[in-house]
Design a protein around this ligand. Sequence first.
Ligand SMILES: Nc1nc2c(ncn2[C@@H]2O[C@H](COP(=O)(O)OP(=O)(O)O)[C@@H](O)[C@H]2O)c(=O)[nH]1
Ligand SMILES: [Mg+2]
Length: 175
Amino acid sequence: MLRRKFLFKICVVGDGGVGKSTMVKRLITGKYIEQKITIGADLSTYYTNIDDDEIILQLWDFAGERRFQFFLPNYSRGVKGCLLCYDVGRRASFERLYRWYDIIDKTNNPIFVLVGCKNDLGEEKKVITQKDAEIFQNENSINMFIETSSKTGHNIKDLFTHLAIKIYHQEKEKI
Ligand SMILES: Nc1nc2c(ncn2[C@@H]2O[C@H](COP(=O)(O)OP(=O)(O)O)[C@@H](O)[C@H]2O)c(=O)[nH]1
Ligand SMILES: [Mg+2]
């Protein structure tokens, strides 16, 4: 059978320092590499397969600075998936998520994933519980919720695999 190729645009958003760039690097390289501060946006590509089809995730990793939010409504145009990232050890990064959520272009009915980063921090440092996250998820009709760690690699691949599958099924229905 002819292999089909799907390209999905994915936005990775959330406050500066929550671990977005490190997560993308971990996905692509399989390693934990300290990242420099992101200026504007970084683009990366992740290749995977679903059934016999080739899937390309085009990852737009956005800078977390406030002034950059001004560009996001435009830069997120056509997005098929969006990772709303917070740091499980930093309440402010969680409380500001709605600002990111609000400005993402929703015309393509993107799949939203709530991502609790740095889940390797011990219980005593973790201030956002799964329960907190699930409340936000339900209030905003977020499709998925997952906690990850780029340090240990926990859930990183699973996150992007599940996201790709969800988008793939949604897109296939349109064909
Ligand atoms: N403990 C821990 N620290 C992390 C993790 N991911 C990133 N960091 C650290 O958090 C800081 C910010 O990471 P970065 O990826 O630049 O955040 P971004 O601004 O959201 O892109 C860096 O010092 C990272 O080393 C993680 O999974 N666990
Ligand atoms: Mg960054």
